[in-house]
Design a protein around this ligand. Structure first.
Ligand SMILES: [Zn+2]
Length: 297
């Protein structure tokens, strides 16, 4: 059987239950995959055990099920895939692209300049043969890509970011390596996710290039903002989705994504709403903006 032309995914972190903001990313990636007759995978990004909330992974799966999402195959758990990240890191080590960095967070903040994405690591440990610490990748040059929603995105990794870490000093893998390895090994062709991850995309493309992976296509959806302009997040205690009342939230998510679902569908079944959404999904109607304020919490 030939591989699918389109394979998308939804990759929540189990730091808390799903909220309206997560629903938008799930709905956007799901309907875009369906409209291409593609597959849609779910991956649990539980790379960071200290930040994971016990039971949140199962609660997320239950919510996705209650909202009528149908995913392809088994759900992958990053916590069970550390060997794959170790292999990728070893490949980069053999290529001479990573090094250990023993600088404390405090030292980096004091010594290095602040950019718009945080402290820009100055490469201090590049030429020192540190035995311990975090593992960083040496960056070079600029990354440019065309986001399907946000247009041309450019980032100068050396000037704006600096060498970033792949393995933390506490021994846990960093977000970028997990996501890049998994997207490649799971054959993901199209990534549709929230605008908050736009800034990390050039780092991920750089890693794909160094590891010899194909770069998927990217689309970054607008974020749901609270009326005060803050993004909805587990950290600011966005209300968990109600598993027993999925239709109103799904309707709101479709409206947020510019799909104009008919009002009467608010009183219909979940199946009716999904069937309308699948038939009428229009990617071009999604607002091309960073965030939209909403009263739906
Ligand atoms: Zn260092």
């Amino acid at each position: 059987m030939s591989p699918p032309i389109y394979r998308g995914r939804f990759a929540p972190s189990p730091t808390g239950p799903l909220h309206f903001g997560s629903l938008i990313a799930a709905v956007g990636s799901y309907l875009e995959a369906k409209s291409h007759n593609g597959e849609w995978l779910v991956r649990m990004e539980d790379l960071d055990p200290p930040r994971s909330m016990p039971g949140a992974d199962q609660a997320i799966i239950k919510t996705l099920d209650a909202y009528g999402f149908e995913w392809h195959g088994e759900i992958a758990f990053q916590s069970q895939r550390f060997e794959l990240y170790t292999e990728a890191l070893e490949q980069l080590r053999k290529q001479g692209q990573v090094y250990n960095c023993d600088c404390s967070r405090k030292a980096i903040i004091q010594r290095c300049g602040q950019g718009q994405y945080g402290a820009i690591y100055d490469g201090h440990c590049r030429s020192i043969d540190q035995q311990e610490g975090a593992t960083r990748i040496q960056v070079q040059g600029r990354i440019q890509y065309a986001d399907r929603l946000q247009g041309d995105i450019k980032q100068d990794l050396e000037k704006d970011i600096g060498d970033f870490h792949l393995l933390r000093r506490d021994g846990f893998y960093a977000y970028h390596i997990g996501v890049v390895v998994d997207d490649a090994l799971q054959g993901i062709t199209d990534i549709v996710r929230g605008f908050d991850l736009l800034d990390s995309t050039p780092r991920q493309i750089y890693l794909q290039q160094q590891l010899g992976y194909v770069t998927p296509s990217y689309a970054h959806l607008p974020l749901a903002l609270k009326p005060d302009g803050q993004k909805l997040s587990k950290q600011n205690l966005a209300t968990a989705l109600d598993d027993d009342n999925s239709v109103p939230a799904l309707w709101e998510a479709l409206a947020f994504l510019g799909q104009q679902p008919p009002l009467e569908l608010q009183r219909e079944s979940l199946e009716e709403l999904w069937s309308w959404a699948t038939e009428n999904w229009n990617f071009r109607s999604i607002p091309k903006t960073e965030g939209i304020e909403t009263h739906v919490l």
